[in-house]
Design a protein around this ligand. Structure first.
Ligand code: LIP
Length: 270
């Protein structure tokens, strides 16, 4: 993608915060065997990454508002722009030394998602999308690669990712019904532990689809745009567009969307 000035700003903020997270992740791996464990250290790493992103984006685009995982809503003088930021998506993975976590930065213009960057520092994979310009992966190789969703047309060939509600999360019985029904239909189910990675990987055709409930706008903002720009479909759990409001999301290559949506809906009925 001929990176625009806007994307360059986002990439540079994500890479800067990513360098910090990668350093901290090295420490976390050591701390696994210490008595105190890495929990406090991880909280501090999360806050440091958020601070870096906040500083970099505020400097480059003064006046834009923010919605951030740790700081919440910060209105800006420019009411039409809002950054939606998760400085560390996949916190549990990070805490356990599992190298699947990401920085997610989305940008809304007048309520419309217009740009997104997702960076996994452990794999050094950076996904980026801009509305109308496509979705790209900047990996270890020299060239950006344009991403397109998978072409599989049938649920029976599909590998589908999901998020499993853990301790303290609502809707566990409903989720058990969803997974029981879905596993009968698909070629495989995966759980990365990071909604941002699930969405980026759906855009990259590694997954054919992904669904989860009770996630937050900062987990999904950048990734929603990526799946759309890679040619896929994103809806809420009812097939509508209220992903931010409901926290429910189904993303797919488009071809299997209806079938997956129906399987999940039927599961909730019993
Ligand atoms: C995580 C999500 C993940 C979900 C986890 C958690 P966090 O976000 O990305 O998909 O299953 O429960 O919400 O907390 O690591 O930013």
């Amino acid at each position: 993608m001929p990176a625009s000035a806007l994307i360059n700003v986002m990439v540079s903020a994500a890479r800067k915060a990513g360098r910090g997270l990668a350093r901290d992740f090295g420490e976390v791996e050591q701390l696994q065997v210490s008595v105190k464990g890495p929990a406090n250290f991880v909280t501090a790493a999360d806050h440091r990454a958020e601070e870096t992103i906040f500083r970099e984006l505020s400097k480059a685009r003064p006046g834009y508002g923010f919605l951030m995982e740790e700081r919440g809503e910060i209105p800006g003088a420019d009411a039409s722009h809002r950054w939606i930021v998760d400085p560390l998506d996949g916190t549990t993975n990070f805490l356990h030394g599992i190298p699947l976590f990401a920085i997610s930065i989305g940008l809304e213009r007048d309520g419309d998602l217009v740009a997104g960057v997702i960076y996994n520092p452990a794999a050094d994979e950076l996904f980026m999308a801009e509305k109308g310009k496509g979705c790209f992966l900047m990996g270890r190789g020299p060239h950006d690669r344009r991403l397109r969703v998978a072409v599989r047309k049938s649920l029976s060939d599909a590998v589908v990712a999901t998020g499993i509600p853990h301790r303290g999360r609502p809707n566990q019985p409903e989720f058990m019904r969803e997974i029981r029904n879905t596993m009968k239909e698909v070629a495989g189910i995966r759980r990365t532990g990071s909604a941002a990675i699930d969405l980026a990987w759906t855009a990259a055709a590694r997954f054919d689809a992904y669904w989860e409930h009770d996630i937050k706008p900062w987990d999904m903002a950048a990734g929603i745009l990526m799946v759309r720009e890679a040619g896929g479909t994103v809806t809420d759990a009812e097939g509508g567009t209220a992903m931010f409001e409901t926290g429910g999301l189904i993303a797919s290559n488009g071809a299997i969307h209806k079938a997956l949506l129906q399987t999940l809906k039927d599961s909730r009925l019993g």
